[in-house]
Design a binder for this molecule. Structure first.
Ligand code: KG4
Ligand code: ZN
Length: 360
């Protein structure tokens, strides 16, 4: 197959998204990308309420998919396949998108490709840049924080992951302690503008240690404690700047360790950062500095493809379909689905139940 046109569907968290992507000669073109957020529905809860999310996906998934096809100017019969996120994520939402994808695939007689949401983030930077495999990936979002060697389609080896919260989760929880809107990441980035990051001393968790794991719980506690003592807008701005720098510094420090490991057995040094937190400018700046120091080429998706979207799911689906990797119509939705299944089984980051651990 030379060129493939794929409809992608994404419903694993609080965005209902559909997109049409064309993959031709290894280069992707986004023909349409529609993302419908649910921020208003979740605002009263201060976070994502799973049942509310699932219901909101049901209400808009068909209209969102129709809109993506219309924006791309194509009909269902012109598609080569339908790719839907099958996990990991909030199971009610995942089931909505996957069931909708199955129904479309069945009705139109097209192949279904069940996509791992993390694989979507992993290929997101390939939506607008030519980034050959393999590459070192830092995946940082609301539910995930991990470093992976990505060797090819469906082939990733985990070098490290968070021991507690994901980086985006840390932004969100600290943002809440600072009285900022949800999601806390973008709100905290705005609040930190012009701030002095050195005024508040925050813990440098795991800095300088071997290994590539992350930890944000100490930072979260220290920031929440400092937030209780601040009394004016300047304090809040400076504390936000200190938190942002602490998260960016930890991400860069752990990435530097991963780069040394990666460079030992890879001749081409390519580094990709993806996920919602990759939208953060301070995070990008810190990672670019590490790339320069270690002679890695730096890649990040355009801002619109950092946070959850369906274009990345369509591209991951297209890459799979190119290799003949399709899914049966009875494929299951998975709340937990690590990219590197072997590492997750050998060394689970969290032995107790929990959303982040299972995803890591
Ligand atoms: O990738 P994503 O949309 O969803 C998951 O798969 O989790 O990431 C959402 C996360 C949220 O925690 C949000 O606060 C964070 O990404 N985020 C940011 C920024 N934009 C989104 N964090 C820091 N700075 C930003 N500009
Ligand atoms: Zn995501």
């Amino acid at each position: 197959m030379n060129a493939l046109t794929i409809l992608g569907l994404e419903t694993s968290c609080d965005e209902t998204a559909a997109a049409v992507v064309r993959l031709d000669g290894g280069r992707a073109t986004v023909l349409s990308s529609v993302v419908r957020g649910q921020a208003e529905a979740h605002a009263p809860f201060g976070g994502v309420a799973p049942e509310v999310a699932a219901r909101a996906h049901v209400e808009v998934i068909d209209g969102t998919a129709r809109r993506a096809l219309a924006d791309a100017g194509i009909t269902v019969s012109e598609l080569d396949g339908i790719a839907a996120t099958a996990g990991p994520g909030l199971i009610g939402g995942v089931m909505v998108g996957l069931a909708f994808g199955k129904a479309m695939a069945l009705a139109a007689g097209k192949p279904l490709i069940a996509v791992n949401h993390l694989e979507g983030h992993a290929v997101s930077a390939r939506l607008d840049s030519d980034i050959p495999y393999p590459f070192l990936l830092l995946l940082v979002s609301g539910g995930h924080c991990q470093l992976l060697e990505v060797e090819g389609v469906g082939a990733a080896k985990r070098l490290g992951a968070t021991l507690d919260d994901a980086a985006g989760e840390a932004f969100d929880k600290i943002g809440r302690a600072l009285g900022l809107d949800f999601p806390g990441g973008p709100a905290l980035e705005r609040a930190a503008q012009g701030g002095d990051p050195k005024r508040f001393a925050l813990p440098k968790s795991l800095a300088g240690r071997d290994g590539c794991d992350f930890s944000f719980s100490g930072l979260k506690t220290a920031a929440a404690r400092a937030a209780m003592k601040i009394s004016n807008a300047i304090d809040r701005r400076d504390l936000a700047a200190a938190v942002q720098l602490a998260i960016a510094t930890q991400l860069a420090d752990r990435t530097a360790v991963a780069m040394r490991t990666y460079a030992r057995h890879h001749a081409q040094r390519r580094f990709v950062v993806a996920g919602g937190v990759a939208a953060n400018q301070a995070v990008r700046t810190a990672l670019i500095a590490e790339c320069e120091a270690a002679a890695f080429e730096f890649f990040a998706p355009p801002l619109a493809y950092c946070t959850d979207n369906a274009a990345m799911i369509a591209l991951a689906g297209a890459e799979r379909l190119m290799l003949g990797l399709t899914s049966p119509l009875n494929v299951s939705a998975r709340p937990r689905w690590p990219l590197d299944e072997a590492a997750a089984t050998d060394a689970p980051m969290h032995k107790t139940a929990g959303r982040k651990g299972a995803k890591a």
